[in-house]
Every structure is written in C-alpha cells, then in structure tokens.
Design a protein around this ligand. Structure first.
Ligand SMILES: [Zn+2]
Length: 194
C-alpha cells in the first residue's frame, strides 16, 4: 500500500471515530505504518479531527523524530512510537475516549469480555493506572501493558487499540465500547432485580 493510501485511510478512520463520538473535535489520535517499517504516519495535534486531510498527516520515526509534515504530531506520539518499537506485529494504533468504557472503569467495573465478538476480538482488556496525557510516564506504562494484549483502558482518560492494520484497531475500539455497554446494562439489570 502506498503512503498516500495510508494517510487517506487515517483521515477516514478519524472521521468515523468522530461521527461515532469515540473522539471529539481536538481529542483522539491514530497512526499507521507499512508492515515492519521503522517510520509511521500519525494524526496532528490541535486540528479538528472530524475532517483531516491526507496533507495534515505527519511522518515520524519510531525513535521519535518528525520526518515529514507541516503540522505538529499528536501529543501522544510517544506511546505510538513506543508500541511500534515493542510490537513488530502491530501496524496501526488508535487512541480514543470511549465514554462508556472510561466511565464504567472509573465506577470500578472490570470489562472482561463476555460477548462472542468481545471474546474473539478483545480476548484480554488491561487497565493502565493514570498517568498525565502526553507524558513519557504514560508512554512507558502503555508499552508495558500492550506487550501481551491488543486493548488497553487508560484510567480516567480513554482507550488504546492496536492491530495489524487500521481496520483491526478500529474494530477493537468499537467492540470495547459495545462490550462496556453490555456490561453496563447487565449491572443495571442486576441492580434492579436484586
Ligand atoms: Zn486522550
């Protein structure tokens, strides 16, 4: 796949995440790379996320250097780079702010997959203790957590999903929020009937 296709794919996935309310105007980010590459494309910081253009996308190296692009990379570039350094099988990373997932986790509910799709796509969901957004500390915790799973919940913040491509990572974001909604309804149902 050519680099411009990857950039276009990134803009499309961000628009879908924005329309589905998993990210807001200025929050959320995503990146993608050619399989095995030491460079990746990432969404910019401070730009409306619902209507990005391929020319807004920035190219970075996995050691954190900006290689191409006129805008600033997402403030979360550190954990994107750290994931690519750690996981050779990962070619796409998405960070969103799934509201139900974040709220349920703050309420102390563990989102262990129970639906057929959740078990298949998510397998394991890990919660990462709070660290400030954009920090080296968060990047370190995310890289540690992502070692053996594809879906992380960032306490009081959002979620991180990884995949072999953007479609896989997006499926994890969506499946995680669906799973959270199922958990919420089960909890309400039990509370009403206990
Ligand atoms: Zn965030």
């Amino acid at each position: 796949m050519q680099c411009c296709d990857l950039r276009l794919e990134l803009t499309k996935v961000m628009r879908i995440l924005y329309e589905r309310k998993y990210i807001s105007s200025l929050s959320g980010n995503a990146s993608v790379r050619e399989p095995g590459s030491s460079e990746f494309w990432i969404t910019p910081s401070g730009v409306f996320k619902g209507a990005l253009k391929p020319s807004d996308i920035i190219k970075m190296s996995v050691d954190g250097r900006v290689l191409e692009g006129r805008l600033k990379p997402s403030s979360e570039w550190r954990f994107h780079a750290a994931i690519y350094r750690k996981r050779k099988d990962v070619n796409a990373v998405i960070h969103a702010h799934n509201p139900i997932t974040v709220a349920l986790t703050m309420a102390g509910v563990a989102i262990d997959p129970v639906t057929a799709e959740g078990i298949l796509f998510l397998r394991k969901v890990k919660v990462i203790p709070y660290a400030p957004p954009g920090s080296e500390e968060l990047a370190k915790k995310v890289a540690e957590g992502i070692g053996d799973c594809n879906a992380l919940i960032l306490e009081k913040h959002g979620v991180v999903a990884v995949g072999r491509n953007l479609t896989e990572a997006e499926a994890i974001i969506e499946t995680l929020e669906d799973e959270a909604l199922v958990h919420f309804i089960i909890h309400v149902f039990h509370a009403l009937h206990s």
